[in-house]
Design a protein around this ligand. Sequence first.
Ligand code: GCO
Length: 445
Amino acid sequence: MWEYLLLSAISGFAAFKLALILYRRRTYPEPHYDWNHIKTDSLSFPDGFYWGSATAAHQVEGNLTNNWTVHEERKNLEKSGAACDHWNRWKDDFQMMSDLGLNSYRFSIEWSRLEPEPGQWNKKALDVYSEMIDDLIQRGIRPVVTLHHFSHPKWWEEKGGFANQDNLPEFLAYCERVFDALSDRVETWVTINEPTVFSAMGYTLGMFPPGKRSIRLTLRVMRNVMRGHAIVYRSLKKKQPGARIGVAKNVTLFDPRNRWSPIDWPLSRLLEWLWNGAWRNGIQKGRMLFANIPEAKDSLDFVGLNYYTHFLTGIFIPTRGELQFPKRKHEVATEFGYPMYAEGFRRAIEFVAPLNVPIEITENGVADAKDSLRPEHLMRHLWIVSEAINDGFDIRSYHHWSLMDNFEWAEGYSMRFGLHHVNFETQERTIRPSGELYRDIIAAN
Ligand code: GCO
């Protein structure tokens, strides 16, 4: 008798799930616009909107020693080396931002500079960041400070980094120290950049440090990164209730490569849930990937959104080496390989909106050495933001990735994301036409 009950319960549940999938498939389609008929230059932005650019310490500062430099050696990747020598040239780089008319700048603090050995703090380095902040404020540029953007000290990596929950107090101590020094002038903070990218690239695909390939470890790291964010959030808010603290979440959309395939569809849903849904669940419910993380519930004052593309999911997803990016026939492939899909930006905004906090666009941009696609890319994405604001979404800022070409992680210097071209031999910066376009848009809005 009970076998029948069990069997009908299971098939009932399966039928329910299937109906849900079919329903969602109707209500969550993959829109594509006819861009020839959209006037992307009719933009409108509210007063007080923040126009910005974004960088990260390891990608621009130069001459670091951290988990990334170890990985560059070990995997024989292109070395970050002097990067943009931004540590010495930051004043000139800030002037470039003033010339663009920016009023917001997202950048990250390099933990390995501040605490090169456990418990040994480099006060001078912290002073430099402090000077940077004074300089930004003088220019009328709001500093948005990221505490962890993929890089951390070697010694912390050797202890397991985010893979070991026992290491989180050290991360917290570092964050508190930075906060104590800068929060009298910095209001807006990003705890961790792209938690899922960090976890998947480092622990599933092995392309980021520590170069591991284990699903179990990945899930553990995802949970610990959420815990790390949450304890930092709680502690900093206690110190200063008025601080605005968030995460920069990369929302990549996973669409079925073949919409009618019984495999591609559920697979894309599964990946989307792992990549995006599980994280949002953690913030909304304090529960993530079968673990209770109650301190994570409602631990955001704003959500940072990094948007680049959608990933067309099929059964053959390479999990080793270079990622291959399929695209729809009419889509343009960017230099990175993935398609330009500005329509997805709207979907990403809709995805984070239920968190019910203001949205800051913390990254959006494209690798394009010749600057042949970037102007169009910029116009389409800004149009999406402008439309979304007009439709009532509470979007406060747009930070273009990036101010200048820089070290693009596993891709090294081959991918150029800059509004400014950088000659890495002479360190000369030159504005690209898209930089001028961005400057003009900012002036007009
Ligand atoms: C990331 C980072 C940036 C990248 C940018 C371009 O997404 O990996 O936040 O550091 O450089 O997104 O790929």
